[in-house]
Design a binder for this molecule. Structure first.
Ligand code: SAM
Ligand code: SF4
Ligand code: SF4
Length: 342
């Protein structure tokens, strides 16, 4: 092992690499209108063949190399991670990597049965983020576009709770005209349950969702809407680089988060790298290009060289897309969210 092993690295703006988001599949059983619109991801859309996806061994090697450079948190995402065959076997491997302190997953919870929840918990997942954009079927089905009912997602959340997954957060992407009427009902429903709802500004990820700034409901407006019904006050961040701004209910009913990626960017503290299902490494959610690690892995790169490759990528990083967003950047051919992972 060479001297840089175990050395925490920083990028050109002084940011460490702490989190690695791993997309394990480009497939999903939902067609959320803001992520995988049917007009693009329709019946004739060609998803990746299995052989193109990184194998569990390859994913583990990349995660282990990243851990040696300072990564402490792994988040499994997609597409829908639970559609990847045998996912639990991968989770076990990742949880066992030296240096990894936190293994979490973002899921639509549609496949989160009690058995599956128990299996991912046993494999080492201690936190899940469940995406849910409304509490009424009409709105939710219009968004997921496959007729999936709210009740089944709530059942998935209950299953995660029942098997003892310690932290469950509920992610709601807010899109103007689509579901802003669900902000207060969502806050009310999860108030007092211990589950933290995180309201997320609709972002211009990818280029298939036809994003417009007018579709964004700003974080300040979301906070004001909730505050009118259920008074809230700001809380300190748990740690530097926390994405969601924290608020708590003044009546002791728990907390919420608001993710203001568009109106109040937080690039200065961004410690996240993303690995796509085919092994492209991206240093920004809004990247237009990445670094092909699969090619390196499949041509026999050893662990030291893999770590050095990752280190070279991170130390050259200058990304701060959200801070420099403009009309020109919005129309760039960015990588789709379902591919890069949220
Ligand atoms: N399928 C899983 C799910 O939905 O939780 C994991 C992958 S999904 C791409 C990860 C997260 O990205 C979800 O919470 C989703 O709501 C969010 N997301 C997708 N497109 C988005 C957009 N345009 N703006 C903001 N969040 C988005
Ligand atoms: Fe699928 Fe998640 Fe994208 Fe919805 S947000 S289409 S559930 S990957
Ligand atoms: Fe990080 Fe890029 Fe998002 Fe900025 S825009 S917070 S650099 S992922």
């Amino acid at each position: 092992m060479t001297a840089d092993a175990g050395k925490a690295i920083t990028d050109r703006l002084g940011r460490h690499v702490r989190d690695l988001r791993i997309s394990v599949t480009d497939r999903c059983n939902f067609r959320c209108v803001y992520c995988m619109p049917k007009k693009v991801f329709g019946a004739s859309y060609k998803f990746l063949p299995r052989s193109e996806l990184l194998s569990f061994e390859e994913l583990e090697r990349v995660a282990a190399a990243a851990a040696q450079l300072g990564v402490r948190k792994l988040r499994i995402t997609g597409g829908e991670p639970l559609v990847r065959h045998d996912l639990e076997r991968l989770l076990e491997r990742l949880a066992g990597i030296a240096g990894i302190e936190d293994l979490s997953m973002t899921t639509n919870a549609s496949l989160l049965t009690r058995e599956r929840a128990a299996a991912i918990k046993a494999a080492g997942v201690n936190r899940v983020n469940v995406s849910l954009d409304a509490l009424d079927d009409e709105t939710f089905m219009r968004i997921n576009d496959v007729g999936f009912p709210v009740q089944k997602v709530l059942q998935g959340i209950e299953n995660a709770e029942a098997v003892g997954i310690g932290s469950i957060k509920v992610n709601m992407v807010v899109k103007r005209g689509a579901n802003e009427h669900s902000i207060v009902p969502m806050a009310r429903f999860f108030h007092g349950t211990g589950h933290i709802v995180r309201f997320i500004e609709y972002m211009d990820v990818g280029h298939t969702n036809g994003w417009r700034l007018d579709d964004v409901v700003p974080a300040t407006e979301i906070a004001a809407m909730i505050d009118r019904e259920l008074p809230i006050e700001p809380l300190q961040a748990n740690y530097a680089g926390e994405v969601a701004k924290r608020w708590c209910y003044t009546d002791g009913g728990g907390e919420i988060g608001i993710i203001s990626s568009v109106t109040q960017p937080f690039c200065g503290e961004c410690t996240r790298a993303r690995l796509s299902a085919v092994g492209m490494l991206y240093t920004c959610l809004f990247a237009t290009s990445g670094h092909d690690l699969r090619e390196a892995l499949r041509s026999g790169i050893d662990d030291d060289a893999l770590r050095q490759r990752l280190s070279a990528i991170w130390t050259a990083r200058t990304d701060r897309y959200s801070e420099v967003r403009s009309e020109a950047t919005v129309s760039l051919p960015k990588i789709e969210m379902s591919y890069i992972g949220g």
